[in-house]
Design a protein around this ligand. Sequence first.
Ligand code: HAM
Length: 434
Amino acid sequence: MANLLPTAPYRGTRDFLPAEMSVRHQVFTTLYQVIEGFGYQRYDGPLLESAEIYEAKSGRELAEMQLYTLTDRGDRRLALRPEMTPTVARMIAANASALQFPVRWYSHPNCFRYERPQRGRVREHWQINVDVFGTDSPRAEIEVFHLVHDMMAALGATRDMYRLRVSDRVLLDGVLTHVAGIPAELTGQVSALIDRWEKMPADQLRADAKGIGLDDDAFTRLSETLSRGAQVIDQLPEDVLAASKLAEVLDLAGDDLFEVDLRIVRGLAYYTGTVFEVFDADPENNRALFGGGRYANLAGLFTKTPIPGIGFGMGDVTLFNFLDSHGLLPAPAPALDVSVVAITADQFDAACDIARRLRAAGLRTATPLEHRKLGKEIQRSEKAGARVVIIIGAKELADGQAVVRDLRASQQQNMPLDDLVTAVTDLLGGTTGH
Ligand code: HAM
């Protein structure tokens, strides 16, 4: 006999059984409602794109080390999307003449990255992407930060459970040059070092800093500068402040919405200004829940008209770790509200007919497909989550009646068939858990 194949999914991908899917559905529906409440509309795009768009736009780490690539039968080089941003930039560029800017769009794609699976990191994750295109206004930053907080609040999170950490690449360059005294030609490499700041031990950082030409004094000055957060901004010259969107955001909204943290750099190549991440306050879940930023011209690969914007991706893995560790996961919804059981095969058609009427009233209703003893069937219905079992016997049917059994109260009573829908809806308290 041939060897049986393994039942485990491909490493780094996940199967979702119905109970988990029900929890995910509730969480995502809540988030869609919040996002749509701000006027964002949902779009979608293909899982496969030309590999070029990531090589040009996503930055080295994603494009060279994490891309799943393939060649199609026509010799085209394709990739499974590792993120949605290049796709949405392409879509915006293709439709720019018909769109009214600013455009507020969101999506919920699965994305593939060839990474080492570990806590918070998988090879296929789902990412809610939210972007506003066609605006330079700092009010876009403020809107997006409010949206982040509203999404978290809708899931039951309070502000002490997570941190919205924000930086600005323009501001960081200014701080490196004017406050930390880093030579201008090193700011690019030093930014890349800061991106690894919290992921590496201090000794390693110091050694890497040496490697790019920072001596011990410069390294100490850099550490000290980074730990000062928003205070360093006051030391910046006017022209740097004038070029920084985040400085404008701080003027308009104050710093109640977020914390300035210059250690947030973000690996992706397309960000040009504000960058931000949301972290669980619990350090066990140490990967970002959301990551995003402002781009001056994301669609530049596809169109000559610059289209600035700001957006973020929120990943499902870290979000569910967060909800789990803070006790915020909703319970899975049961499969059924009602089960309609025929005592013998003769009442089967009548049972199906009653089930149809209950479904039309919005109740999740099933009829058994195989004949079993009534007691067994009631047990199975309860296990499937039903609160009510309707029993159809020959005698009751002849009288135009059925038995309605309330499983929670362990009570039952005969009822006219015509009253069933109202009676069962009342029993379920008008809520069906949909
Ligand atoms: P990103 O930081 O690469 O940004 O990903 C956003 C979020 O997706 C992360 O904070 C994390 O929650 C989740 N994520 C990313 N990779 C993985 C992985 N391998 N396993 C589990 N979760 C992961 C972007 O992708 C940008 N395109 C977001 C964006 C939209 N910027 C502007 N608009």
